[in-house]
Design a protein around this ligand. Structure first.
Ligand code: GLA
Length: 728
């Protein structure tokens, strides 16, 4: 049993294989947090300490006892109005206009299996893989009810948390803030690791000490964003890849979010993660229910590599769904960097022929095949095939491509709309915009009001009509701007629009994957602007960045690897000079970097030399050989590209029988010191054979000193080494 309630101490203890989480209902009915960390046993309420803290308030029931203060005690659900002046998890504007709540324990239930959340993505598990704890809380005055949901997946060392908020009172209320998870640490000095970025340079890694005050990580863009990722790692000061304690919190949601890390007056640390409270004021009529998206949490005392592996396994096996969850993804050739908007049916067919010759599995026709769409100023919204541009029907083009033995995929951006489109002319109010104001344009487009069901229904229908025209086996779902003008003419309560927009998006995606279970869906938002656990529930892979430069990708993929499995990272080989940076990198290096994710090409093979074409065929052979290892193996970061001269990483089979090590020289200098790549996770006291050289190495030496990288002339060389265990 992974969830235990002790009647005696009124404690709830959640056990995974290696971790324990504990909380307690105290004498006033508050739900206090006691512990989250390495596996332990017994009641830990001795961690709660009491002292007269002067200006920190005391609940009324405490009477003359000034030592009891919610301003100091660790909690599961800190709310406005309880005398806790730290950051809150929930704020409700009550029917009488007051903002105070005081949630108290009413009961609980322990169930087998993992809860799901209506309309929202969530980790799933079978009855015997997980347990759920529901804790019922109620405000005694307003009668608002909150059910805290905890999912425990022992084998994966994962604990999830979500909440359901019900207005069981007598008047309309507004939810002003809803954080999904709250972790209070009564002691310890921590660093916070977060992931910031920009378009074409996502998920840079930042590690800073937790300081007095609040460090917040926020997206108010309506998408999870290029700028901040909805994931927080809290790590001990000394924690490295290989050792030390660390916690990860990852929000399973694709809209605006807020993470808060606060060190309080007594050096205690509070971490919150959930919905952004900017532009959020969600109305709940009497009887209405609100679902807070979930946060996935994991802990380890063995360093950041294991922390990431816990998330990778959970997301890959218990969040991603569908046919492609476990199977090797097709190698694809995408038309975007090959020809941008400038293509015809003939040139697309020509690309597909090249794909067939080179052994590429699929041709993807990117942006530009619909409406009047020859640049990004018009056409978005008109989801009918531009047969004039293609010179034929979509169906016949697909048939021709399929007859080459090549699969066909296509690009959509259902959330975007150009003012210069038939759809906008017919339904200007279907785009988010504030009446009487000029809307903010981005990439010269507006955003469809996905909070409205009729808009989602219309677009779903149009998209299906295209998908039904032929054998389409892949869809890239793109979204190329942040939300603004968050006003929907369908509601008076504009504080609900951003959240309802995301529900509309999820509803659309859910309907699509149900209707087309054989299509591989890839997420995208100007590259990696919506790379989050929420999207992975619908799309098992996401275009990681619009930056296809192999060198920049090393940094982007490194940052992404902290929270997301490499099987979800779509990565392509593109032409040089690179279109985003102008950099020239060796073909081999581009291949090695891209084949560390879901592999493909983004170039016009007609423009390549014969020698390069042969390299493509070799790369595809290598990728197919390593694909299962890359998709399902454990991932180790072997260097920190932000600090080291090399970028190196490893995939190792779960039984450590085979290992793929990749390394790229980031810098070249005269008379350079040698860089050694130290392997990880091998079976000690065993021999491994590096297959290209045939050389045998002792595992302990590989892990202790490593392998020297050749000091070759020229920039950005990459090396791939494939080891298998020697059985005797
Ligand atoms: C975004 C995507 C690109 C491409 C273009 C098309 O930028 O990230 O890969 O699909 O849109 O407009």
């Amino acid at each position: 049993m992974s969830i235990i309630f002790s009647e005696n101490d009124k404690t709830f203890t959640l056990h995974t294989n290696d971790t324990t989480y504990q909380m307690k209902v105290d004498k006033f009915g508050f739900l206090l947090h006691l512990y989250y960390g390495r596996k332990t046993k017994g009641c830990m309420d001795y961690l709660l300490t009491y002292a007269d803290r002067g200006f920190s308030g005391n609940p009324y029931e405490a009477g003359k006892d000034r030592t009891y203060s919610m301003d100091v005690l660790p909690q599961e659900l800190p709310c406005q109005g309880m005398g806790d002046y730290r950051n809150t998890a929930v704020v409700i504007k009550n029917a009488d206009g007051s903002y105070d709540s005081s949630f108290r324990y009413k009961g609980h239930n322990i169930l087998n299996g993992k809860y799901s959340i209506k309309g929202l993505p969530a980790v799933y598990a079978s009855e015997d893989e997980a347990q759920t704890l529901e804790i019922y809380l109620e405000d005694p005055v307003t009668k608002v009810q909150i059910t805290l949901l905890y999912g425990v997946l022992p084998e994966l060392n994962i604990i999830t948390r979500s909440a359901v908020i019900k207005n069981a009172g007598t008047g309309k209320i507004y939810l002003e803030k809803a954080q999904a998870a709250c972790l209070d640490f009564v002691s310890g000095q921590y660093d916070v690791i977060s992931f910031y970025g920009r378009h074409t340079m996502e998920r840079n890694v930042q590690r800073t000490p937790v300081m007095h005050g609040t460090q917040s990580i926020v997206s108010r863009r309506g998408t999870s964003s290029h700028q901040y990722n909805p994931m927080i790692i809290l790590a001990g000061k000394e924690t490295t890849e290989d050792a030390g304690n660390c916690y990860a919190l990852s929000f399973v949601y694709s809209g605006s979010f807020k993470g808060e890390v606060e060190k309080d007056q007594f050096n205690q640390t509070r971490v919150l993660l959930g919905l952004s409270d900017d532009l959020f004021s969600y109305p709940l009529e009497v009887g209405d229910v609100f679902y807070v998206p979930e946060v996935v949490m994991t802990y380890t005392n063995t360093g950041l590599a294991k922390l990431s592996q816990n998330l990778h396994t959970c997301f890959r096996t218990h969040l991603c769904r569908g046919k492609y969850k476990e199977s090797v993804r097709p190698v694809l050739l995408n038309s975007w960097e090959a020809s941008y908007f400038d293509f015809t049916g003939k040139s697309i067919y020509q690309l597909a022929k090249q794909a067939a010759d080179l052994g590429i599995d699929m041709l993807v026709m990117d942006d530009g095949w619909f409406g009047k769409r020859n640049d990004d100023y018009s056409g978005l919204g008109d989801w009918y095939v531009n047969e004039e541009k293609l010179g034929e029907t979509l169906g016949s083009l697909i048939k021709k491509i399929n007859s080459l033995g090549v699969k066909f995929g296509i690009w959509f951006e259902p959330e975007g709309i150009n003012e210069d489109s038939d759809l906008y002319r017919a339904h200007p109010d279907w785009a988010l915009s504030v009446p009487g104001r000029d809307p903010v344009r981005a990439r010269y487009q507006l955003v469809m009001d996905f909070s409205r069901k009729e808009v989602v229904d219309y677009l779903f229908d149009k998209m299906c009509k295209v998908l039904d025209q032929g054998n389409i086996e892949y869809v890239k779902w793109d979204m190329n701007r942040s939300l603004s003008d968050c006003y929907s003419c369908a509601t008076k309560d504009q504080g609900r629009v951003q959240y309802d927009y995301v529900l509309g998006l999820y509803d659309f995606l859910e309907r699509l994957i149900k209707k087309y279970p054989d299509i591989l869906f890839e997420g995208c938002s100007g590259g990696g602007g919506r790379f989050d656990a929420g999207m992975l529930y619908y799309t098992p892979q996401i275009w990681c960045s619009d930056n296809s430069d192999a060198m920049d990708r090393l940094f982007i993929q490194y940052g992404t690897s902290f929270g997301y499995p490499m099987s979800s990272v779509a990565a392509h080989v593109s032409a040089v000079p690179n279109h985003q940076t102008g950099r020239i990198t060796p073909f081999n290096t581009r291949g090695i970097v891209a084949m560390s994710g879901s592999f493909g090409y983004e170039l016009d093979p007609d423009k390549l030399s014969e020698e390069e074409k042969i390299k493509i065929q070799d790369q595809i052979k290598s990728y197919k050989k390593y694909a299962i290892l890359v998709q399902k193996g454990l991932y180790y970061r072997l260097s920190d590209p932000f600090k080291d001269e090399i970028s190196a990483w490893e995939f190792i089979a779960a039984d450590a029988s085979e290992v793929l090590v990749s390394a790229v020289m980031l810098e070249v200098h005269g008379n350079m010191p040698i860089n050694y790549v130290r392997l990880k996770g091998l079976i000690p006291d065993t021999m491994y054979c590096e297959k290209t050289s045939g050389r045998i190495y002792a595992s302990d030496a590989l892990m202790e000193t490593g392998i020297p990288l050749p000091a070759k002339m020229g920039e950005y060389h990459a090396y791939q080494m494939y080891f298998t265990i020697e059985r005797n």
